[in-house]
Design a protein around this ligand. Structure first.
Ligand code: E4P
Length: 217
């Protein structure tokens, strides 16, 4: 399973990259606003800065909601850097734009996916990635992981190559459960990735080993 980090924070992206386990980055307008990026030039520069830190795919989201606007914005984003993947919302004009980008060889991430039907449409339109938001489903008492299972089944039934990018991940068990189901990618906050490291038996065992090592040094 690939690990993406879900942030626009350059320090966090560097930290994850330095761990050697990072395969890419996802951003969205809220994450960009959170790090204080504003103005078109600053936004575009920030995407390039992210691409220069990581070696994998970097999702950059369009904010247009009509076909012509999505295409114009997406083409501009894709031209920024070869690692850019154009993130397109799951709306009617978005699906049309996914098909257009697919025909032009521009890679896409279909975002704001909350149902199996939406994921099926994204795959049929040729999306590179589909982003089901599992945490936001859990927030409204709906099983986010069950959606990942449904999409995995549907894509495997028909051999769709769209990669399942589990998004809106909140904690390490989301990552583990997505890995068991067979999601292709999990995009996570840094805290969820580093939480995978922790186990009290590791800490206690290491403490004991280091104490015992003093006896023969
Ligand atoms: C990533 O592509 C999504 O935009 C992100 O995971 C949404 O996460 P949130 O529900 O924590 O905002």
């Amino acid at each position: 399973m690939k690990f993406f980090i879900d942030t626009a924070d350059l320090a966090q992206i560097r930290e994850a990259q330095d761990m050697g386990v990072l395969d890419g980055v996802t951003t969205n307008p809220s994450l960009m606003a959170k790090v204080g990026i504003s103005g078109e030039a600053a936004v575009l520069k920030h995407y390039v800065d992210i691409c220069n830190i990581v070696t994998g795919d970097v999702s950059a989201e369009v904010i247009s909601t009509d076909f012509d606007g999505i295409v114009k914005e997406g083409e501009r984003l894709a031209a920024l850097h070869k690692q850019i993947v154009v993130k397109v919302p799951m709306i009617k004009d978005g699906v049309k734009a996914l098909k257009y980008f697919s025909s032009k060889g521009i890679r896409t991430n279909c975002t704001l996916v909350f149902s199996a039907g939406q994921a099926l449409l994204a795959a049929k339109a040729g999306a590179t990635y589909v982003s089901p938001f599992i945490g936001r489903l859990d927030d409204v008492s709906t099983d986010g992981l069950a959606l990942i299972e449904e999409i995995r089944l549907i894509y495997d039934n028909y051999g769709f190559t769209t990669q399942i990018l589990a998004a809106s991940i909140r904690h390490p068990m989301h990552i583990i459960d997505c890995a068991k189901i067979g999601a292709d990618v999990a995009t996570c906050p840094l805290s969820a990735i580093t939480a995978l490291l922790r186990h009290p038996l590791t800490d206690n065992g290491l403490k004991q080993f280091l104490e015992d090592a003093k006896k023969f040094q």
